[in-house]
Design a protein around this ligand. Structure first.
Ligand code: PBG
Length: 331
């Protein structure tokens, strides 16, 4: 028999783990559907629901089909939806980005009319709209021209705000774009439209599946001259501080799972509402492993989400939003 006299202390960490009731009582992090934001891909047409091969369960839809998803989001109590547009035509300046009849403004109008209380966030970036797939205007030698891009982003943001978007979310990583967009929105009377800035957005391999979904793979080169180096953490804090100074209302860290330290540091240092984006690759890796029976998909989904919340994210942008909300409702 084990001699219990050796016990150095009467503390037993297992006591509070001995039943689900106790575990639930002492749980430090709780997930709620209201903190999930669901990204959706919209394009022109009717009756369209085109599955994205690299993202099982995710589709591009036309506006009428998107309304069905919006209805599901409302029923599940999800915090909001985040819209990405796939335009009919692309050109060097991405001019369809500010077309008021384009997929995103059309979807915003339709969703706000049908479900006025559903929060609609729009992605503001040029990469889905340019024929070269970069996030801004190019100079003759193929660099992304930061300052010339700002005006295009402002036109896009205004088209979204005019359509009724509740939040504008610039994901381009141009310098000074938060200040520029804030001024443009204010001048047009949209002083109450918040900016959720992709403040610390890394040049990540985990965006791979999204580029099929949004048809935004760069035709040449990569995004490393504007998105952050995955090796840098302190730089993320500088990015975040600058965006706050420029007027960001909500800041974002992206991707999420491989950047939990950055999420924790940003939350500690700023105290601002903090979003984290669990990106396409994070989603698809879990889906693929679950399809093969290598991990329990539901558990991996919930564990990945609770980790992001535990690190400090107040809201999580995730393709799992609907599934995770359903999972929470079952318990
Ligand atoms: C557009 C944008 C990207 C993502 C969100 N907005 C792609 C990129 O920067 O290449 C990635 C989202 C995801 O992978 O789920 N700039």
């Amino acid at each position: 028999m084990t001699d219990r006299a050796f016990t150095a202390s009467s503390v037993r960490m297992r006591r509070l783990r001995s039943s689900e009731a106790l575990r639930r009582l002492v749980r430090e992090t709780r997930l709620h559907p209201a903190q999930f934001i669901w990204p959706l891909f919209v394009r022109s047409g009717t009756g369209l629901r085109a599955p994205i091969g690299s993202m099982p369960g995710v589709s591009q839809t036309s506006v009428d089909e998107l309304l069905r998803d919006a209805e599901r989001a409302v029923a599940a109590g999800i915090g909001g939806i985040l819209l990405f547009g796939i335009p009919d035509t692309k050109d060097a300046t991405g001019s369809s980005a500010w077309d008021p009849q384009g997929p995103v403004p059309s979807a915003v109008r339709a969703v706000k009319q049908a479900f006025p209380d559903l929060l609609v966030i729009t992605d503001v970036c040029m990469c889905e709209y340019t024929d070269h797939g970069h996030c801004g205007l190019l100079t003759p030698n193929g660099d992304v021209d930061n300052d010339a891009t700002l005006d295009l982003l402002a036109r896009e943001a205004l088209a979204h705000a005019e359509a009724g978007a509740d939040i504008i979310a610039p994901s381009d990583m141009m310098d000074h774009r938060v200040a520029y967009l804030r001024q443009a929105l204010d001048k047009a009377g949209h002083t109450q439209v918040p900016i959720m800035s992709y403040a610390a957005k890394y040049a990540s391999a985990f965006y791979g599946p999204f580029r099929e979904a949004a048809e935004s793979t760069p035709a040449f080169g990569d995004r490393r001259s504007y998105q952050m180096d995955p090796a840098n953490g302190l730089e993320a804090l500088r990015e975040v501080r600058l965006d706050i100074e420029e007027g960001a209302d909500i800041v974002m860290v992206k991707p999420a799972g491989a950047y939990l330290d950055v999420i924790a540091a940003v939350k500690r240092e700023t105290g601002l509402p903090l979003a984290a984006y669990q990106v396409s690759g994070e989603y698809s890796m879990i889906k693929a492993a679950a399809e093969r029976g290598w991990v329990d998909g539901d558990r991996a989904m919930m564990e990945s989400l609770v980790a992001i919340a535990r690190a400090g994210a107040d809201m999580i942008i995730t393709y799992f939003a609907l599934d995770a909300a359903a999972h929470l409702a079952r318990r």
